[in-house]
Write a protein that binds this ligand. Structure first.
Ligand SMILES: Cc1ncc(COP(=O)(O)O)c(C=O)c1O
Length: 403
């Protein structure tokens, strides 16, 4: 009756069960994995949203595989603000970046093909690939001086005759790494050598970390990280959406920029039109609101960036003060933090202890496909409420003492 293209993992994992049990028992739970900005105190005002979604054009249905021009122009302006010349003709609108990934897998792969994904990275890609009958193969990022970098040799060695594309999560979630010039060159060279496309997930592009330098910190909210969207050498798709850029996951508007060599781009765009036309999933409301929402997005992000920086400072101070020797990994961007646990700590057992005994929710590193030799980690969201972090530190100490 039901497909066997993927395994139906319908049971909750032990951590989710532990959190649900605490909630059901009416016990408090400090959720340090909270990644939903609308539940973290960053919901837009009802008035601003009502005004953005009030366009008279919302009464009409104007299907276009790439989406309404007015919205694509707003997205092109967003990239101009990031220093990349992107034409509205290079843009396809859809409901989410997850959907964008699925469309690209339909465009690029056949059943049984493989796509390369970085490790660590957020776990969604595995499910998206399996649903398209595609396998994922990890290429390890390596920790060099506390920063995750592409291992060019390992990346190239991961390619097989069935490989079709390389995912680049830039900035990486949860590792917070922004690919540097050497990383980008390694990805480009491998893609060109083997005739592969790069799929660059840039949803965290506007969440650059504060730098240590106080003068630079003042300008942090305006820091612009490099985008792949202006790429001309290698076939490439850059993805993003309002979910992170404007902290509006409920708006359900995302996009694909088809970049790369002009001749290839034409062939890719025509075929992507075919896929997009089959779904036409971006709503008129979200598309007509895109200009206003993107214009107001920097202000919407400012409060979140302040919370992220404050939580990171508190976490760093706790690590420095703890007698157990945890360490906060450097973060270049994004809103997740990796806490490297002392040697010998069991990341899963300690996370379960925190959830069950102390009512503190963190993710163990293996949820994000952390390379096994990288050590043990807790992964936390810096978007979580500041008071929850401070309240959790004694529980962290207790967990490290026991595990
Ligand atoms: C790196 C990254 N890309 C994409 C997504 C999915 O975003 P969307 O809400 O647009 O599907 C997430 C969700 O957390 C993410 O972390």
């Amino acid at each position: 009756m039901f497909t066997r293209r993927f395994t139906w993992s319908l049971d909750d994992n032990a951590l989710t069960r532990a959190a649900a049990a605490r909630r059901a028992a009416g016990l408090p739970l400090l959720d340090l994995t909270l990644s939903n900005p609308t539940r973290a105190g960053f919901a837009w005002s009802a008035e601003t949203l009502a005004a953005a979604f009030a366009a008279a054009e919302n009464r009409f249905y104007a299907p276009d595989p790439r989406g309404l021009l007015v919205a694509r122009e707003a997205v092109a302006a967003y990239y101009a603000g990031h220093g990349a010349a992107v034409s509205p003709e290079q843009i396809h609108l859809c409901a989410s970046t997850s959907e964008a990934c699925a469309w690209l897998l339909k465009l690029l792969t056949d059943p049984g093909d493989t796509v390369l994904v970085p490790a660590p990275a957020y776990p969604l890609l595995q499910f998206l690939a399996e649903m398209e009958c595609v396998k994922i193969a990890p290429y390890p990022l390596v920790l060099r001086d506390g920063r995750w970098r592409v291992d060019a040799a390992a990346l190239d060695a991961a390619v097989t005759p069935r490989t079709r594309a390389i995912f680049c999560v830039a900035p990486n979630n949860p590792a917070g790494a922004v690919p540097d010039v050497a990383d980008r060159d390694a990805l480009r060279e491998t893609a060109l050598r083997h005739g592969l496309a790069i799929i660059a997930d840039e949803v965290f592009l506007d969440f650059a970390a504060e730098t240590a330098d106080a003068a630079a910190a003042a300008a942090a909210a305006a820091a612009v990280l490099p985008t792949w969207a202006g790429e001309t050498a290698v076939p490439l798709f850059a993805l993003s959406g309002l979910s992170k850029v404007a902290l509006l996951p409920q708006a359900k508007l995302a996009w694909i920029v088809t970049a790369g060599p002009a001749q290839w781009r034409g062939a890719a765009l025509e075929r992507l039109d075919f896929v997009a036309d089959t779904y036409l999933s971006a709503s008129a409301g979200a598309q007509n609101a895109a200009g206003a929402l993107l214009a107001a997005a920097p202000a919407a992000r400012a409060a979140a960036l302040r919370r992220i920086a404050a939580n990171e400072r508190a976490l760093r101070d706790w690590c420095a003060a703890s007698t157990h020797g945890p360490a906060l990994l450097p973060r270049e961007a994004g809103w997740m933090a990796l806490i490297a646990l002392p040697k010998g700590t069991d990341e899963e057992a300690s996370a379960l202890y925190l959830a069950k005994r102390a009512g503190v929710l963190v993710h163990p590193g293996f949820f994000y496909d952390m390379p096994p030799d990288a050590g043990a980690f807790w992964v936390v969201s810096l978007l979580a409420h500041e008071a929850d972090f401070t309240a959790a530190f004694p529980a962290f100490e207790a967990a490290l003492l026991r595990h």
